[in-house]
Design a protein around this ligand. Sequence first.
Ligand SMILES: Cc1cc2nc3c(=O)[nH]c(=O)nc-3n(C[C@H](O)[C@H](O)[C@H](O)COP(=O)(O)OP(=O)(O)OC[C@H]3O[C@@H](n4cnc5c(N)ncnc54)[C@H](O)[C@@H]3O)c2cc1C
Length: 702
Amino acid sequence: MSNFIVLVKQVPDVTQITDNAFNPETGTLVRSRLASVINELDTQALAVAEKMNKLSGGAGRIVALTMGPPMAEEVLRYGLSRCVDTAVLLTSRALGGADTIATANPLACAIRKIAETFFAGSSDYYIVSGMQSVDGDTAQVPAQIAEQLGIGCIAYMTDVDFRDNRFEFSRIISGGSQIVRAKEAPTVLTVAKYEYPLFATFARTRNAKATKVIQWSDEDVKAENIGVKGSKTRVIRVFPPGKTGRKCQRVTDADELAGLLVESFTKADDQQLEAGQGENNYIMPAKRKNPFDRTFEGTEKECKDFEILSDTLNSAGITDIDNIDEQTKEKILASAGEHFHSKALEDMLAGVKLIKPSYTGQVWVIAEHDDAIVHPATFELIGKARQLAESLEVKVGVAVIGSSVEKFGKDLIAAGADTVYAIENKVLEEFDPATYCKALAGTIEKYWPQIALFAATPRGRVLAPMVSARLGCGLTADCTSLDIRDSSRRGQIAILFQTRPALGGNVMATICTKDSRCQMATARPGVMKRLPADPARRGDIIREKANVKKSDRTIDIIKTEHSIGSVNLDAEIIVSGGKGMQNRDNYEKQLAILTEAIGQKLNVSVERGASRAGVEQGFIDRIHQVGQTGTAVSPKLYIAMGISGAIQHMIGIANSNTIIAVNSDPNAPIFKQCDYYIVGTIEEVVPQLALALKENKQETTK
Ligand SMILES: Cc1cc2nc3c(=O)[nH]c(=O)nc-3n(C[C@H](O)[C@H](O)[C@H](O)COP(=O)(O)OP(=O)(O)OC[C@H]3O[C@@H](n4cnc5c(N)ncnc54)[C@H](O)[C@@H]3O)c2cc1C
């Protein structure tokens, strides 16, 4: 008989954001003005636990666990009114302000206590949680809990079955899906999608009201790394997301759209879309002409404060920062006015003395591959790593893990690596987060790079948190921008600033690592630009024998479904269809009409793509799937038909030059993230657009 611990979290309702929820001065979201709800994926985790309990005989106990303020009790009552038998609230002031590592640690300790207290020490239990929460959006906590407990993690789960007395889990992997079993319980399961909601029953709701929620503090569970002190990351600033670089222009007729389509293609240039990428403007303090120059601080205010300090020091003719008398300090404070006071001045004076970078070592990329080819996101990260490494005046290393991976060395060096670490062992033939984590962490500990970048793919998003937890290093998820900057007042020079969207994309946050030997981040595929391959580049390949054994494996892979066939998603034009194409015949028919008309007009081959929902509906094979778990594409022209604009799709097309969308819903989210759009059904728009392209008189030579 298996028991279950479901992790639930109370989150702000980011779907119901009102105007007054924004601070008019900063443009950022005021969390306290948002209603609180249970995290949607955690409701699905409850439903999965209930299904697993039924499948295995229904005699198990379901315990819901949450960490938060006393009001978080509400989400436990939600669980009690559905399927939960026992509810535990982990709450104390000391737990506040935690990052993912300082959240995972007390939760892991609470899980141990739950197993001892309610399961009589039995290890036959499963920890089920939503893959991520809408506020943090990191997907790191469950994997970090698994690592803290020394158990396996099956991430991105979509369904569960029970065969031969064992659970079988379906899950999403890059470019396909998989059915796996856990080698043993306990294990952590994270739910990516499970669309069979549980409803509250009358009897359970009455019971939920009467049930006492058990409260534990950090001391009750003997947590070691908690709150701000136990955190390995620090938020530098929170700011409103920049306006999309897309035009978002509504077009009302097919002739105009045909004209814009032709013009966008013929005038396409390869501009880089990531703000700031390629500027490579960071200069080490020792190389700056003015020794007091601090133009690379994290916030505008800090830069301004240091500018005032530097101007006053220079105009007073001061060159030796150690010999500043009180009179000069008074002078600086007088020039600073309201900008800063004496304590800040002391910190700044200490800051301008610093010239040594806070970290040493290479900039590493952790490569991802499917045994035959390297994932495109790896090449994008190498492009970024080169830029960071040049700023830091260090080398780029690429760690590639598997049973026989030395063969990738040449391509990785051509892409920008200086050293390739081929971490090999037969046991690493299949991706198992536990064995990969052990192998990679062992190699990181040997070389200690200063930065380790992972792709934010289903693999990277489970491996990175496990490695970070094992090595006690901070990790930032899903970054869209990575830069080298200083935080001089805090004594940190040449550190990695990691910027990412948070709260469902409603705010951006810049984060840095603290109290760690390596700065770790995952970065979204399709956001960084890969460099053109240079086959003449030279580099070293170092073979590392990974110290892993068969008994370290935590999962059995029953079946893997990968895309089959061939497709050219490097094409200059891609036309993709989503669920809005209704059925396979309609997808076939409409795409044939449009791709043929475009191909004839522009004399170029046009490739077909699809959203994940389109693939799941069976419109086309999975190899055509575009997006986070499909392929990230960067065509000159991307045409999205009947696609809503989910984040997982949009991050796969972010590097397209021009995006055109056709959708019947005037409020389709994709309209806020594309260049040109037309509101209408595919069935009306496609024939009109094909005709307009035929009749279009524009010159098409570039
Ligand atoms: C872990 C994970 C990974 C994922 N990876 C990916 C990924 O790689 N790629 C991806 O695409 N998704 C991915 N998804 C799924 C993603 O969240 C969305 O569910 C998916 O992109 C939706 O596809 P869609 O836009 O085709 O369908 P829907 O969201 O259902 O949208 C269909 C759209 O069609 C419109 N429509 C309906 N009828 C018509 C008509 N007749 N004419 C015109 N418009 C019409 C509707 O207005 C609607 O906007 C992932 C999800 C998870 C959880």
